[in-house]
Every structure is written in structure tokens, then in C-alpha cells.
Design a binder for this molecule. Structure first.
Ligand code: AMP
Ligand code: ZN
Length: 114
């Protein structure tokens, strides 16, 4: 997946404002934030979307869920609250074909998103 921008970020070939990293996932600030705090979390493994998950990805997805609260602490939205979103496909608004979750906060967010 040489063309994938998030794979390149995971490999350090494209810079990012890193928030958190371990052997399985990377979190960094969104380049075009949609809220005062907007960070992304990606698996280092290239998985295109939710539609492409397989049973063997269960551990990495569970791990992604577990690191959210640590990332939220780092960016100071753990106590004030935040939203986590995963966009999938065209109608879901997915622009980058490498699975990622958005963590948004820093203000009271609108619901439903529309
Ligand atoms: P989605 O629409 O769910 O695919 O979200 C893709 C997100 O990636 C958008 O919010 C973009 O602003 C963000 N994005 C795209 N390129 C970069 C980049 N190089 N560094 C950080 N965020 C990026
Ligand atoms: Zn990728």
C-alpha cells in the first residue's frame, strides 16, 4: 500500500503532529480540524475501512478502543467529554481509505451530525 497517505504517516514518511503511538496504533492531530480538538487514531496495519475488517483484526480494534481514553487525557478532553466517529464509504464521508477513528472535543458538539 505504497500510495496510502496514512500508511506513509505510520511509517514516518509524511510528518504528523503525533499524540500517541505504540506498536499497533498511531494517533495524530487532524490537519483540517472539525472541532477545537480533533485527533485521528489509525492502526499501523493497512485496513481500508470497517467493511474490510476480519476476525484477526479484533484485537487491534479492541486495542484502538482502549487507547481512546488515554489519548483523551493527553489532549485534555477526558473529563469534558468527546465524540468518537468512524466514517465508512461514500455516504459515510470517508475520504482516506485507511481505517481511522476521529476523536472530537473541546466544545459541546452538535447531535445529530446531519
Ligand atoms: P475521513 O473523511 O473520515 O476519511 O477523514 C479523513 C481525515 O483525515 C480528515 O479529517 C482530514 O482532515 C484528515 N487528513 C487528511 N490528510 C491528513 C494528514 N496528512 N495529516 C492529518 N490529517 C489528515
Ligand atoms: Zn494505509
Amino acid at each position: 500500500m505504497e500510495e496510502c497517505i496514512f500508511c506513509k504517516i505510520a511509517k514516518g514518511e509524511i510528518p504528523c503532529k503525533k499524540v500517541y503511538e505504540d506498536d499497533k496504533v498511531l494517533s495524530f492531530e487532524d490537519i483540517n480540524p472539525k472541532a477545537p480538538v480533533h485527533v485521528l487514531v489509525i492502526p499501523k496495519k493497512h485496513i481500508e475501512s470497517l467493511n474490510d475488517l476480519s476476525e484477526e483484526d479484533s484485537y487491534i480494534m479492541g486495542h484502538m478502543m482502549l487507547v481512546i481514553k488515554e489519548i483523551a487525557k493527553k489532549v485534555n478532553i477526558h473529563d469534558s467529554g468527546y465524540r468518537v466517529a468512524i466514517n465508512c464509504g461514500k455516504d459515510g464521508g470517508q475520504e482516506v481509505p485507511h481505517l481511522h477513528l476521529h476523536i472530537l472535543g473541546g466544545k459541546s458538539l452538535n447531535w445529530p451530525p446531519g
